[in-house]
Design a protein around this ligand. Structure first.
Ligand code: ADP
Length: 206
């Protein structure tokens, strides 16, 4: 099977990436999710979690030795050297795991959901960039509803991420997540048809 046509899905925190991924998955689309891969690389006993613990100490662990995500987030978004160290450890591992999944895929096209798709040169292999965009106020409100975090933390993460403007400038396609779920679903359905066509064209013309 030829390499699948790859749609890179990204967006700021709370923009709606996971919601869009879930909609696509429920319609049978293959989604590779960098956040899920990151979580699976950081299970107790894993190489990556042991390295993190060696570097930062047990402050990043829960009582059961699992990763305390809130503690790690707090640490790296208050210390850019800590963030860089963590990125340098995890990003190559995540990229390698993604490439294995892409190579093993039998799909004509797939979605690669990655929060840092545009921040890193590591994802130059995607064919198309899809950005989920929502107004910053909504990003904050939705993130607060979902996560065990506070406004300051969410804002720090947003500052560390690419600006909304830069992200939109890099997009081939944009989903505007500023309405209700039906509004989102409608845009996702239209794009799914478009990507199916694009993948067909790609595979026919080689
Ligand atoms: P991301 O993965 O980009 O961080 P999520 O998809 O997890 O964002 O969305 C953040 C939160 O907002 C989730 O709780 C999600 O259910 C909710 N949400 C996303 N889009 C909408 C929408 N159009 N209407 C209402 N809630 C939404």
């Amino acid at each position: 099977m030829a390499q699948p046509y790859i749609v890179g899905l990204t967006g700021g925190i709370g923009s709606g990436k996971t919601t869009v991924s879930n909609m696509l998955r429920s319609q049978g689309v293959e989604v590779i999710d960098a956040d899920e891969i990151s979580r699976s690389l950081l299970t107790p006993g894993s190489f990556a979690l042991e390295e993190l613990t060696r570097h930062f100490g047990e402050q990043i662990l829960n009582a059961d030795n699992s990763l305390n995500r809130a503690a790690l987030r707090e640490l790296i978004f208050n210390d850019s050297a800590a963030r860089l160290w963590t990125d340098n450890l995890l990003h190559p591992l995540i990229r390698e795991a993604i490439l294995v999944l892409v190579r093993n895929s039998n799909s004509g096209w797939l979605v690669l959901s990655a929060p840092l798709l545009l921040e890193s040169a590591a994802y130059g292999f995607v064919d198309r960039v899809l950005v989920v965009d929502s107004p910053e106020q909504l990003q904050i409100e939705r993130s607060l509803q979902r996560d065990n975090a506070n406004v300051e933390q969410i804002e720090k993460i947003m500052v560390a991420q690419l600006s909304r403007k830069a992200r939109l400038a890099a997009a081939d396609d944009i989903i505007r997540n500023d309405g209700d779920i039906a509004h989102l679903q409608h845009q996702v359905a239209k794009l799914k048809l478009f990507y199916e066509e694009q993948a067909n064209v790609r595979h026919q013309t080689g």
